[in-house]
Design a protein around this ligand. Sequence first.
Ligand code: HPA
Length: 247
Amino acid sequence: MLTPMIGIVLGSGLGPLADAVLVEREVSFAEAGLPASSVPGHAGKFVFGRLNGAAVVLMKGRVHLYEGHGPRLVTAGIRWMAAQGLEMLILTNAAGTLHPGFHPGTWMMLGDHLNLTGLSPLEGPHFVDLSVAYDSDWRAVFRNAASHAGITLHEGVYAGLRGPQYETPAEIRMLRTLGADAVGMSTVLENIQARALGIPVVAFSCLTNWAAGITAAHLDHQEVLETGRAAAQQMIGLLADVLGKQS
Ligand code: HPA
């Protein structure tokens, strides 16, 4: 029997969300037939349990294009969770901010994305409508909940690139011109896969650093992880609040 659940993909440094979940069972990526992620800070397992009463499955650690995997493998976890019965998918990631008003240490809810990977998890004549890639109703719910809780929740456009190198200042200026507010190396293909399966998606970027060239500072993966950890507590509170009300 399938239990409709909320799927939550945890990005860099957001692993602590799992501590807020009453764990019922865990399935390793290997057991699910997925490759393990090689990135520090990304464990590889699915965690089934309850978050403030709501049935959730966490994808702890994800695989990325920049590890050398193709778009099908990168989205295999989404298809695996969908097969368990998902009513909604929440994607989280760490991202650099390009928007002068969106400061590192705050969260941005994705209003839309730019898929700049040049790739898709879909093949064949599968013309999925992405006019509303990120669910409007759920976004309103999160917007209101964040406002009530006094949590800064920006909304903007996420540019998804392959990586693994961070961008050059010229690339960041280009992305700004293209309308991006944040930049990262995940999420866009997972969104496309979930939308192709008819699953509503919301996504949140933890803005861990100013994108290259916005300040004189250099980018550091360790800093990205640490900022992610500090901001994770806010998102844990917001998710527990919103999902608890649905259960
Ligand atoms: N660029 C790309 N990906 C990222 C960044 C960045 O500045 N920060 C965290 N993930």
